[in-house]
Design a protein around this ligand. Structure first.
Ligand code: AMP
Length: 297
């Protein structure tokens, strides 16, 4: 694996691969790798000649009171993990490399960014789309792998690529969970032992929601309240519980077709997000609660 810090180096290596007829798979991240990140690298490795992983804790996507400075970092551990997953190129630019001047250009995806996490974090998605647009521009034609853990982010980035005709195919990959159901997140590192015991209550509440739909619940308001109550009983105070159409995050008044139940909760010092998608066809319900890893919880 080669590590590069310069935009020009990354661009040249991607161009060289395509010039020789190869394809590029891109995995953008903020580092502090866990199995969720690694699953994206494996998906890219399975399909492409050159696998590029980027690590950049992007200041633009953090609000003024958020955890930019405290965000966990471990470059040596990340490099070893990326190497073990067969990543070819690890791009670790500095802030000065990515933003030599304060950027005057921002990419904004309207509508999709307004509810859910956009309500609590009004500038967050503009930061994400701006840096992802830069990475797509630097890497060029490729497939880019994103986790369904950040469901709204995936929808926003997919729409950005379509609206701007970017030569990038965005690929959504399954949400990876700890053995006790907690969605893997770099921010789980902030959890105290007590908070860590409480946090799987988020997953349990989503699972209770799935069971209710399996038992015939078709009212989004009832489903929201049930998930809220189920979380509350486990010490989880949700910031939001939203039931939306999965394809475009539109508000729904009846549960049918593909639905996402998306939640955020503050647990101790961490703001955690999670979701489940449901495919509802008449009385038939299929749910995607993600991939539970094996191991000792
Ligand atoms: P981050 O480093 O948190 O910005 O995440 C980088 C990429 O990894 C994003 O596409 C995330 O959606 C994805 N990711 C983070 N956690 C998970 C998870 N538990 N399962 C699957 N993908 C994840």
């Amino acid at each position: 694996m080669i590590r590069v810090e310069r935009i020009d180096d990354l661009r040249a290596r991607c161009e060289d691969t395509r010039h020789r007829g190869g394809t590029v798979g891109l995995v953008p991240t903020m580092g502090f790798f866990h199995e969720g990140h690694r699953s994206l690298m494996r998906a890219a490795r399975a399909h492409h000649d050159l696998v590029v992983t980027t690590i950049f804790v992007n200041p633009l996507q953090f609000g003024p009171t958020e955890d930019l400075d405290a965000y966990p970092r471990d470059l040596a551990g990340d490099a070893a993990a990326a190497d073990a997953e067969g990543v070819d190129l690890l791009f670790t630019p500095s802030v000065a490399e990515m933003y030599p001047e304060p950027t005057r250009t921002t990419v904004h995806v309207a509508g999709l960014t307004e509810g859910l996490c956009g309500a609590e974090r009004p500038t967050h998605f503009d930061g994400v789309t701006t840096v992802v647009a830069k990475l797509f521009s630097i890497v060029g034609p490729c497939h880019a792998y994103f986790g369904r853990k950040d469901f709204q982010q995936l929808a926003v980035v997919t729409r950005m690529a379509a609206d701007l005709d970017l030569p990038v195919r965005v690929v959504g990959c399954p949400l990876v969970r700890e053995p006790d159901g907690l969605a893997m997140s770099s921010r789980n590192a902030y959890l105290s032992a007590d908070d860590r015991r409480r946090a799987p209550g988020i997953f349990a509440a989503l699972r209770a929601g799935v069971r209710a739909v399996e038992d015939g619940e078709r009212d989004p308001g009832e489903l929201r309240r049930l998930v809220e109550r189920s979380g509350g009983a486990r010490g989880i105070d949700f910031e939001y519980v939203e039931v939306r159409r999965a394809s475009d995050l539109a508000v729904v008044d009846h549960l049918a077709d593909e639905i996402v139940v998306a939640v955020a909760a503050r647990v101790g010092a961490s703001r955690l997000i999670d979701n489940v998608t449901l495919q509802i066809s008449g009385a038939r319900v299929a749910s995607d609660l993600g991939v539970i890893t094996q191991g000792s919880a």
